[in-house]
Design a binder for this molecule. Structure first.
Ligand code: FAD
Length: 555
């Protein structure tokens, strides 16, 4: 519901002035003047979090792309917070892209969560307790800010052809590429892409045109969001209620975002009227029931939502690759939607970069689909379980939930079973020829170089598209042989301790060795997306070369 629709209640409840979001102007592309159909290596459709991250990731790697969006701004009609919680892996990606500091400055860092049933706190967690990364477990920030910072960075990097007010109306798949028809304020034109990336969101017109069944299912569970500023000091923690007494025994979420705006998500009755429950009078009464009758507040935005799920069978159709919500949609519990899309982009970016630079074969790009579909299927499973806990559908599910809540009051073992959302984590990948041990993301470890300078894993992975071999106390001979064997290959070798002549990290207390489960002689091979590709216990030139070949699909 926008501001215009709520004027009847403007006297009762104040609305903050709407956000003023940036607009980027439409510029007529050269194809419109020339009438020629130009071919581009990479065309991305959709400047949401997934498409923007991919364009930024490619630009950071020195790779050009065309990015097309039908709109000329960020966010959903410039009003809603939509996605708010950005998870550690996403924040690590943002560090590499060069927008992390801006996100951290603007956003709200948190790691502590509490879950209530009625008035009783039944469960809490502190995600910082085990944190090994330079990034915190979570930062909350309105999604439009994330998109805005990504656009600014893309413009700064200067390699992406950003085409606003440009709507893809049709695609034609060809043997070695895709033709893309685009409608603009100045007329229609067609371009060709070696790779077309569909990041056009949950209602992807490309997916629809190709007739791909995403197995969509719509939930009957209904929610209403209030973005609101109020004068009541509350801790910067994630609070959720399974059955809040101030919301007629239904669930509630409470999160602080940037600009002092709280995001309150209220579960509604399944048969509610969405307009009625998001009327400011009703939303205001709900807020007063929660925070007290005298609480002073102003709304920023109020809106109902109903979630859905979908998952494509294949994340690739010929030369068209699906990322973000066009490939998968999950319910918002645990903040897995946008985070997964951003991590799709980070998985695909380095593979496309190496493929277009002819340093890796098409099979490397193909591996995106398997790895990220596995991640999406896992996220769907996890979020579905939460959805069923919050809105049980059968008598058995009701009974289970009642039992869990009763047990949680008295017994510690039952408390983690109270499921108000399993927070987004970097997904593991199953074993494959490229990841013989399976793939696990390595956190952005703070590190110290031999000369005492501080660095991080993300900084070592750097701007280029190169793997990283962290080699624990290698001998000089082994290093010299490996350098000869690996000459010209996209890998940087870094020693941990020892005097091998390589750039070297300190690990006097052995913490890094413990974190990576390494002993002297071990080489940990990391991909450019910070996933561990292999662990070589007694590394030598031949075994490193073989592991690198497998990781890059060259073998
Ligand atoms: C209530 C709610 C809460 C959420 N909370 C979280 C959260 O806390 N954390 C989280 O990670 N995620 C969250 N999400 C999910 C997150 O908002 C989405 O997963 C995310 O926006 C998907 O990003 P995307 O880039 O795939 O697609 P979108 O953001 O949908 O972007 C698609 C883009 O494609 C463009 N486009 C569409 N069609 C065309 C066309 N024909 N031609 C050209 N351009 C086109 C659109 O203009 C748009 O810019 C939440 C979602 C909701 C609804």
């Amino acid at each position: 519901m926008g501001r215009a629709a709520v004027s009847a209640a403007a006297e009762t409840f104040r609305f903050a002035p709407p956000y003023e979001l940036p607009r980027w102007e439409f510029k007529a592309p050269p194809e419109l003047a020339s009438g020629k159909t130009e071919r581009h290596p990479i065309v991305i459709v959709g400047a949401g979090p997934a498409g923007l991250t991919l364009a930024c990731d490619l630009a950071r790697r020195g790779v050009r792309a065309v990015l097309i969006d039908e709109d000329d701004t960020v966010g959903v009609r410039g009003a809603s917070s939509r996605g708010i919680c950005y998870a550690q892996k996403t924040l690590e990606i943002f560090e590499r892209l060069g927008i992390y500091e801006r996100i951290a400055d603007k956003g709200i860092t948190w790691s502590f969560g509490r879950t209530f049933s009625g008035e009783t706190e039944v469960y809490n967690f502190n995600l910082a307790a085990q944190n090994a990364s330079r990034q915190p477990p979570f930062i909350n920030l309105q999604q439009f800010y994330v998109e805005w910072f990504l656009v600014d960075r893309i413009v700064e990097l200067g390699l992406t052809d950003l085409r606003w007010k440009s709507r893809v109306t049709r695609i034609d798949a060809q043997a070695d590429g895709v033709k893309v028809d685009i409608e603009t304020p100045a007329g229609h034109y067609t371009i060709e892409a070696d790779h077309l990336i569909d990041a056009s969101g949950a209602n992807s017109p490309i997916r629809r045109q190709l007739g791909l069944d995403a197995h969509a299912s719509h939930s009957t569970d209904r929610w209403c969001i209030s973005d609101v500023r109020f004068k009541k000091p509350l801790p910067v923690e994630r609070w959720t209620w399974v059955d809040a007494p101030f919301n007629e025994g239904r669930s509630v979420w409470q999160h602080l975002m940037a600009d002092g705006v709280w995001r309150m998500d209220y579960q509604m009755a399944p048969d509610c009227d969405p307009d009625a429950v998001s009327h400011p009078d009703v939303a205001g009464a709900r807020l007063r029931a929660q925070l007290g009758p005298d609480v002073e507040f102003e709304f920023v935005w109020i809106g109902p939502y109903q979630y859905r799920h979908h998952l494509l069978n294949e994340f690739r159709a010929g030369r068209t690759i699906f990322i973000g919500d066009s490939a998968h949609v999950v319910s918002p519990f645990g903040a897995r939607g946008g985070n997964t899309g951003i991590q799709d982009a980070a998985n695909l970016g380095w593979k496309l970069a190496l493929a277009v630079q002819r340093q890796a074969p098409p099979a490397l790009v193909d591996s995106y689909a398997g790895e990220r579909r596995h991640a999406a299927a896992e996220n769907l499973l996890v979020t579905r379980r939460t959805a069923r806990f919050l809105a049980p559908r059968s008598e058995a599910e009701h009974t289970l939930r009642r039992a869990v809540l009763q047990l949680a009051e008295h017994f510690a073992f039952a408390r983690p079973l109270v499921n108000t959302g399993r927070m987004s984590v970097a997904n593991d990948y199953p074993p494959s020829p490229m990841l013989p041990e399976g793939g696990r993301s390595v956190p952005n470890l703070p590190l110290t170089l031999a000369d005492g300078r501080a660095t991080t894993l993300m900084q070592l992975l750097g701007a280029d598209t190169r793997c990283l071999g962290l080699w624990f106390a290698p001998s000089r001979e082994a290093v010299d042989a490996a350098k000869r064997e690996l000459k010209g290959q996209p890998i940087d070798l870094i020693a941990v301790g020892g005097g091998s002549g390589l750039p070297t990290l300190r690990d006097a207390d052995g913490r890094l060795a413990r974190q990576l489960d390494a002993v002297p002689g071990t080489l940990v091979l990391l991909r450019p997306d910070a996933y561990r590709a292999a662990t070589l216990r007694a590394a030598d030139a031949a075994s490193i070369a073989a592991a690198l070949s497998s990781a890059l699909a060259l073998a």
